[in-house]
Ligand binder design. Structure first.
Ligand code: SF4
Length: 397
């Protein structure tokens, strides 16, 4: 596949001349916006991979500095090959905002990532998500109504506004980030969660951490935080399934939510690789269950995993517990090392996987026609509050 793509790179200049549609600027000059109609996605779905590749290349060339394409580390190869910038969600959002010369940002990631990009972007930028079905199962595990209900319960039992700092993982909807901005809270990433939790505890005695139970617990464990001071809040039970006494005593309230990809890794998988490959290094993401994290040699964000394995000495062996596309790419790029995927199951992010070449091509060619499809726009009032929570976090790093 890679060699095929390289061949395409070699011939793309020739082909793009043939396939390049009229530029956005020129089109806008001569077409009445009211009669521009959206190109239908159905026309893209059965097109050959080679054709889609060339058409995306052609559309990008045509659009020039009208568009920047961002690709999350978990994206499939047929998409990431077109990304101008790769990285994790927050890094990409910050970079997009810094590159304000690009009025359109095509975010190849999931919905909450595109929302964050919109929150941080300049007013002249529009953010596009090629497939609106690309959500996140973890983000969906905390709805704003459930968090409001939890806050009401905490307010009744412990006066939440005085004693609880809400901390939301960036893998969450914009309305939850706004909730944190409004209630003295903050966002966190998997790399800065420890600093954020220290900040939160320095202000108020308790933390409500959502939506990922595992990230919160793993970071607290690493900080030596007593397990007796943690409780889990199940949004489907009264008082989160806790007694009022337990809520009064707790200093860390962990929302019962998880990443469906990272929860697939099991301690037995670590045992298997250690037995088969003595000396192998185990590196996992902190969204994994604590039973896996506790058996790993290293734990960190996707960027940490990429940097650590890339910089490791030649001849070393690694087994990696994070999304499969990222691990396969590491394996292909780090040929002087052995890189294994931690699970025997296919752990792809099914929602991220929805962004494919047909959707990317569809979004780009619509843009060439002057049509913005799947525009992600966070309401202004939410944006202001969510930005407060994000900026509190960014001030810590
Ligand atoms: S990998 Fe997990 S947290 Fe990340 S987008 Fe997919 S479901 Fe959400």
């Amino acid at each position: 596949m890679l060699s095929l793509l390289l061949t395409f790179f070699e011939i793309r200049d020739t082909m793009s001349e043939l396939l390049t549609p009229t530029s956005l600027d020129k089109k806008e000059d001569r077409v009445d916006a009211s009669i521009i109609t959206e190109l239908p996605i159905a026309d893209y779905q059965d097109r050959p991979a080679e054709e889609l590749f060339e058409r995306i290349v052609a559309a990008k060339k045509n659009l020039g500095n009208q568009v920047i394409v961002l690709g999350h580390n978990y994206q499939r190869d047929e998409v990431i090959v077109h990304a101008d910038l790769r990285g994790d969600s927050l890094l990409l959002s910050k970079l997009a905002a810094e590159r304000s010369e690009f009025p359109h940002v095509v975010f190849c990631g999931v919905h909450f990532m595109a929302e964050t990009a919109d929150i941080l972007s300049r007013s002249n930028q529009t953010v596009i998500l090629p497939d609106l079905n690309a959500g996140c199962s973890m983000a969906d595990m905390a709805a704003i109504e459930q968090v409001d209900e939890c806050w009401d319960s905490l307010s009744r039992i412990v006066s939440a506004e005085d004693v609880v700092t809400p901390v939301v993982y960036v893998n969450s909807a914009a309305d939850l980030k706004a909730f944190c901005g409004e209630h003295g809270g903050i966002t966190c990433t998997s790399s800065n969660a420890k600093a954020v939790m220290n900040w939160a505890w320095s202000r108020r005695e308790k933390i409500l951490f959502f939506p990922d139970e595992h990230l919160g617990r793993n970071v607290a464990n690493k900080m030596g935080f007593p397990k007796d001071d943690m409780i889990v809040w199940d949004p489907f039970k009264a008082n989160g399934g806790n007694t009022e006494a337990a809520i009064r005593k707790a200093r860390l309230i962990l929302w019962k939510g998880h990443c469906s990809v990272h929860q697939m890794f099991q301690p037995a998988h670590v045992d298997y690789f250690r037995k088969q490959y003595p000396g192998i290094q185990v590196i996992v993401h902190p969204e994994c269950h604590e039973n896996v994290v506790n058996k790993a040699d290293l734990v960190g964000s996707t960027e940490f995993i990429i940097q650590t394995v890339s910089k490791a000495p030649a001849g070393t062996s690694w087994v990696v517990g994070t999304e499969l596309n990222l691990v396969n790419r590491l394996k292909a790029e780090q040929t002087d090392k052995k890189v294994f995927f931690l699970s025997p199951m296919v752990c792809r992010c099914a929602t991220m996987f929805r962004i494919d070449a047909p959707h990317l091509c569809w979004a780009m060619e619509n843009l060439v026609q002057g049509q913005v499809v799947n525009h992600i726009s966070v309401p202004d009032d939410e944006k202001v509050l969510a930005k407060i929570a994000l900026e509190r976090m960014m001030a810590l790093s």
